[in-house]
Ligand binder design. Structure first.
Ligand code: HSE
Length: 315
């Protein structure tokens, strides 16, 4: 039922890691302690109105903003007469590779849906949030917005019509993410990809995706480690990420199960069994990057099991 007595809601819109090495455009996971804070309020004026964005210089015009476009897509499907105001505190930098646009789009549609009394399921919200991705990089991929809305690991079997599966998370799995503070636009990182793949590489890739999914169900950390291989996208994109090879070997030496490019980069993620190892991997990443003149930040996070979190009702 619509929450008519609520003026608005404050929420946390989580960051996410897309691709997860072998699963380009299909695999993703939700991060626990990195994300944006948003406030969604009802407005008497129809449409989406972005009131403020703290932390990043992004357009306030709804049709030019990923949150605006995603919100408008939801209203178009539900009731275009309704209006909402959005304020965003952005902690995820656009072009960082941890789902900045996805967080804004997912937070918007989840917040509006909450105020409307949840007419849409989290999965039904994914196509609206994908419109934000289309605006951000020209491709309506769902591998960041699906985990940001559903939580956990997700696999996007198909985008049109949408077919998303939620996958289990091995209990001790932890992620370490380094964000070198250079911008790699998703559109540029997509432009460097070859449009054709050899059968040999395709076989290796789908074998790894299948094995990775199995490793999540079986909590088989060794199989997960062996499956974190990307024969297709990583070789083309890694040249955009300074010290990528050193980072990968430092992570492995520190005990990581494996590592790869987070989304379209430049962030690099590593998986570990247990938070202690994930923190050691963070130190190893730190040692590689402190020798460079590139500013960076490192996050250690479990996998968040629910997507967008609602923090406070505004009455
Ligand atoms: N799957 C997308 C890509 C994710 O790698 O281009 C972008 O964050």
């Amino acid at each position: 039922m619509e929450k008519v007595n609520l003026q608005g809601v404050k929420l946390f819109a989580p960051a996410s890691i897309a691709n997860i090495s072998c699963g380009f455009d299909v695999l993703g996971l939700c991060l626990e302690n990195i994300g944006d804070y948003m406030e969604i309020r009802r407005s008497e004026k129809a449409g989406i109105h972005i009131k403020s964005i703290i932390g990043q210089d992004l357009p306030l015009e709804a049709k030019k903003n990923v949150a605006g476009v995603a919100g408008l897509a939801l209203l178009e499907a539900h009731n275009p007469q309704l209006g909402f105001e959005i304020s965003i505190e952005k902690n995820i930098k656009p072009g960082s590779g941890i789902g900045s646009s996805a967080a804004s789009a997912a937070g918007t549609v989840a917040g509006i849906n909450y105020l409307l009394g949840n007419p849409f399921s989290p999965t039904e919200l994914v196509p609206f949030a994908m419109e934000g991705e289309r605006l951000a990089c020209g491709s309506a991929h769902a591998d960041n917005v699906a985990p940001a809305l559903l939580g956990g690991f997700t696999l996007v079997r198909n985008t049109n019509p949408l077919d998303v599966c939620k996958l289990p998370t091995p209990l001790e799995l932890a992620a370490t993410v380094i964000h070198p503070k250079i911008e790699v636009k998703t559109s540029d990182a997509r432009a460097v990809l070859k449009q054709r793949v050899s059968l040999e590489k395709a076989i290796s890739q789908w074998a790894n995706v299948g094995a990775l999914v199995s490793s999540l169900y079986e909590e088989d950390y060794d199989l997960l480690s062996r499956s974190l291989v990307d024969e297709i996208v990583e070789p083309a994109r890694s040249i955009l990420i300074p010290h990528f090879v050193q980072l990968k070997s430092a992570c492995k030496e520190a005990g990581a199960l494996g590592s790869g490019i987070s989304g379209s980069g430049p962030s690099v993620f590593a998986f570990s069994r247990g938070m202690n190892t994930a923190h050691k991997v963070a130190q190893a990443m730190h040692q590689v990057y402190e020798k460079t003149d590139i500013p960076f930040e490192i996050h250690v996070s479990p996998v968040k099991q629910s997507g967008v979190s609602f923090l406070e009702d505004i009455t």
